[in-house]
Design a protein around this ligand. Structure first.
Ligand code: ADP
Length: 431
């Protein structure tokens, strides 16, 4: 019924009352005895209170103050709680020290930012990579990393993507910067040195670009001779004409592949260093409408629905290549008489979207995940027959990635396909 402390106090009072009773009975000093007992009881409590207060003021460190009854239990409970708190604090401190020590070993620079983008903490690599010093804690990151791409990246709400920069203190190195949001709008800036990876990719890009470039001239010469041989009448015509025509067709195909490979490597290397500009997509689409209608030669119906003034920030030529590829594919994979719907619109949730919907041959579901792989074709013969290289969607995917956009494909065999890509709202430049 009573707590430990009250029981102790009660026991103490009963024992001392018995002693008082005995004393009064022996001495017959009842009034004096009771007054003295009361004074003693109050004094004892005041003394214990004072001891307890002093002990608490010292931070409950040191030995327990000597006390009895309720006070001894209270002292015991407080010190027990205190010990538990101290153990918990020690564990937390240990964990935080362990985390800090581990983060010091990470070769990437890691910087923690508060809600106002002020530096709260950074690891040892930040001192080397970003040249941060202890005094920089509390400073705004914008005053230390001043290059425009970073400032723009820091301000954007969506931090899922990352940026590549050559502008950090060591210009010989290439870095990937990513900001992740964590714990109550705090941010973690992770700076990774990708120089080796980048250089390897550059070697691969250069190799493809150089090989394609080197093949271009001999192929042009061969094509020239083949064209001349096909067009020049003579005895060779009767026996060799079909072979010559086939050779001419194959060399045309090779030329298309080389052009696409060159485009791909150009996009890969250029979009990293190029600066984004305002792209007037409605104007671009009105030109492409004309081109695609010419390609169709009146065999398809077109419905264009383009939102005027909807421009985006991006790379002009690469975007043109994206739209051209998707429109050309719609024409090539839609039988004569089919309908091709093209839309450019602003979607409140998804941003600025480009959609091409055709009533063509469609694509079986198992092919959809692989469409953007280089040289992947659902039907190689058909792709070849329509002048395809198998590189178009790989180019599209790559360029869209550089615009933080993604290609979504929906298709049903025999019914048609829809290719859609949406550019995030932050890329919308005018509307
Ligand atoms: P290709 O030059 O062969 O068209 P792409 O990379 O542009 O190469 O496309 C890859 C493959 O995706 C194509 O070979 C084709 O099978 C399929 N494809 C692309 N667009 C369409 C479409 N609109 N309808 C049906 N199939 C398509």
């Amino acid at each position: 019924m009573f707590s430990n402390g009250v029981m102790r106090e009660l026991t103490w009072v009963i024992v001392t009352l018995w002693a008082l009773f005995f004393f009064c009975w022996v001495t017959n000093l009842w009034v004096e005895g009771v007054i003295a007992y009361l004074l003693f009881y109050i004094g004892r409590n005041l003394w214990s209170m004072r001891k307890f207060e002093t002990w608490m003021a010292k931070g409950t460190r040191g030995s327990f103050p000597p006390s009895t009854g309720f006070w001894s239990e209270l002292t015991y409970l407080v010190s027990k709680k205190q010990r538990a708190l101290e153990t918990h604090a020690d564990i937390q401190l240990y964990k935080s020290e362990q985390f800090k020590a581990a983060s010091m070993l990470i070769p990437d620079a890691i910087v923690s930012l508060d809600q106002k983008n002020r530096i709260e903490w950074f690891n040892a690599s930040s001192e080397v990579t970003l040249k941060f010093r202890r005094q920089d804690i509390g400073s705004s990151i914008e005053t230390l990393l001043r290059f425009p791409e970073f400032i723009q990246y820091l301000k954007q709400s969506n931090t899922q993507d990352s940026i590549i920069s050559h502008s950090l203190p060591n210009p010989q190195r290439i870095y990937n910067l990513q900001i992740l949001e964590y714990f109550q709008s705090h941010k973690l800036l992770i700076v990774k040195d990708i120089t080796d990876l980048y250089n390897l990719a550059q070697i691969r890009r250069d190799f493809i670009a150089n090989a394609s470039h080197e093949l271009r001239t001999p192929l042009t010469v061969l094509k020239g001779y083949l064209e001349a041989m096909v067009d020049t009448p003579g005895p060779h015509q009767t026996t060799w004409l079909p072979a010559l025509q086939n050779m001419e067709a194959q060399s045309n195909r090779m030329q298309l592949i080389i052009e696409d490979l060159l485009t791909l490597s150009k996009m890969e290397s250029e979009t990293i260093t190029m600066r984004e500009e305002v792209v007037n997509v409605p104007k671009m689409l009105s030109k492409l409408k004309h081109d695609v209608e010419q390609l169709s030669q009146g065999n398809h119906r077109f419905e264009f629905s383009v939102e005027d003034n909807l421009c985006i920030m991006g790379f002009n030529e690469p975007l043109k290549s994206v739209f051209t590829n998707l429109l050309t594919n719609a024409v090539r994979y839609t039988p004569d008489g089919g309908l091709i719907k093209v839309a450019w619109f602003n979607d409140t949730n998804r941003g600025a979207c480009f959609k091409v919907e055709d009533s063509g041959i469609g694509i079986a579901p198992e092919h959809l995940p692989r469409l953007t792989e280089r040289f992947y074709r659902v039907d190689s013969a058909r792709s070849r027959a329509t002048g395809g290289t198998g590189l178009g969607l790989a180019i599209v995917k790559h360029i869209l990635e550089r615009h933080s956009a993604e290609l979504k494909v929906e298709s049903q065999v025999g019914k048609g396909s829809t290719f859609c890509c949406c550019f995030p709202a932050r890329k919308v430049a005018c509307h």
